[in-house]
Every structure is written in C-alpha cells, then in structure tokens.
Design a protein around this ligand. Structure first.
Ligand SMILES: CC(C)(COP(=O)(O)OP(=O)(O)OC[C@H]1O[C@@H](n2cnc3c(N)ncnc32)[C@H](O)[C@@H]1OP(=O)(O)O)[C@@H](O)C(=O)NCCC(=O)NCCS
Length: 181
C-alpha cells in the first residue's frame, strides 16, 4: 500500500502531517475548547508534544496500523483539523477519531471527512467494521457519527476516567454489509 496517501472530498484534502504542521497542531491541541472532549492529550500541549504527536502518527503509518490525516481546505491549504483511523487488522476493524479548530466548527467539515475515511476503511483497507467512540456528553461528535452513517450501538457506562471522574462512552459503528456501495 502507498504510505503517503491523500484523500479528497468536495472541500477538503486529507493528507499526511509533516513536521511543518507542528505549530498548527500545537495551536489546535493546545486549546482546551478542543481537548476537553478528547482523551490523552496533555495540557499544556507544547511544541515538543506536537512534534512527538506527528512522529507517532508517522510510526503508525509505517506499520499500517494508524492513518492520521491533516484536514486541509482545498481552497487555501489551511490545516483546520485531523481525522484518523486506527486499525485492529486481526479483527478487520477500524476506529475513527477527529478534532477540528473551533473557528471551523459547525460547517460540516468533519462529517465530510468522516464519510470519506469510512469509505477508505471499507473500500481501500478492506475492513469489515468501522466504528467511533465519544464521551456520552459530546453531542457534536455523536451528530458527526450519525450524519456520516454510523449507527448507535451502545453506551459503555463508566468505561473511562476523564479528569479524575468516570465517564460514559457511546459507540457508533457500521459493518461492510451495511455500507452503501
Ligand atoms: C466534534 C467536532 C470534530 C465536530 O466538528 P464539526 O466540523 O463542527 O462537525 P459538523 O459541522 O460536521 O457537524 C456537527 C454537528 O453537531 C451539531 N452540534 C454541535 N454542537 C452541538 C450541541 N452542543 N448540541 C447539539 N448539536 C450540536 C451541529 O449542529 C452539527 O449538526 P447539524 O449539521 O445537524 O446541524 C468538533 O466539535 C471538535 O473538534 N470538537 C472537539 C474535539 C472532539 O470532541 N472530537 C471528537 C472526539 S470523539
């Protein structure tokens, strides 16, 4: 498989991150408006954290276990967020996740990217199952999953600790057999 692949949607180019994206990544993941609904992102999020995060993504690409894409606008090349799919190849399933700079929320960008990466998962990666998870309170993320075609499956009660408190996680998924061709 080609490692440095890109995907396109109507308004977006999804491309691999490069070292030059460090300050953009730091700006977005350094914003607690973004990270308060994410797990495992340190605060403050330093330039070194951004470097480490980009390198970890490249390591994932090398092993074909993680495909992180910078969400960039085709019109001007601006990096506005990230969408990724993490594989468990032994089960032919992939877990998608995403984040976006707040200035661009509510314009359908993440839904557009999620539809494309779901298609990538089924058609290019040959997955049998694509799913995503969010905090039960993360209405915007749940809405993205629904609009992208994932179906609500379950609530994992108190499955995770976030900011020293147990939180519920909602799971949305889709099987290959249900994916419209
Ligand atoms: C989740 C996130 C990626 C959504 O990105 P986005 O590009 O704004 O999403 P979209 O515009 O495609 O869709 C968002 C939908 O949620 C809805 N929404 C947003 N906030 C909402 C709220 N508080 N209550 C109800 N609906 C809400 C929007 O109206 C929209 O639905 P609609 O098209 O039916 O009106 C963005 O909010 C984000 O980066 N959040 C922080 C990081 C995060 O939580 N990532 C997901 C972790 S699981």
């Amino acid at each position: 498989m080609e490692t440095l692949l890109t995907l396109q949607t109507e308004r977006l180019l999804l491309r691999p991150f490069t070292a030059d994206d460090r300050s953009a990544v730091q700006a977005i993941l350094g914003d607690q408006t973004v990270t308060r609904t994410l797990l495992d992102i340190p605060y403050p999020f330093t330039s070194e954290d951004a470097d480490f995060w980009i390198r970890a993504g490249h390591a994932g690409i090398q092993t074909n276990l993680l495909f992180p894409f910078a969400m960039t606008r085709r019109a001007d090349g601006l990096l506005i967020g990230c969408i990724d799919i993490e594989l468990q190849p032994e089960h032919r399933r992939g877990d998608i996740a995403y984040w976006l700079a707040p200035a661009h929320w509510g314009q359908g960008y993440t839904t557009e990217a999620a539809r494309r990466i779901i298609q990538f998962g089924f058609e290019d990666l040959g997955l049998n199952r694509v799913y995503a998870q969010c905090l039960r309170t993360n209405v915007a993320s749940a809405r993205v999953m629904q609009k992208a075609g994932l179906r609500y499956e379950a609530t994992l009660r108190h499955s995770t600790i976030k900011d020293s408190a147990f939180v519920d996680i909602d799971v949305y998924g889709l099987l290959r057999t249900d994916f419209p061709t």
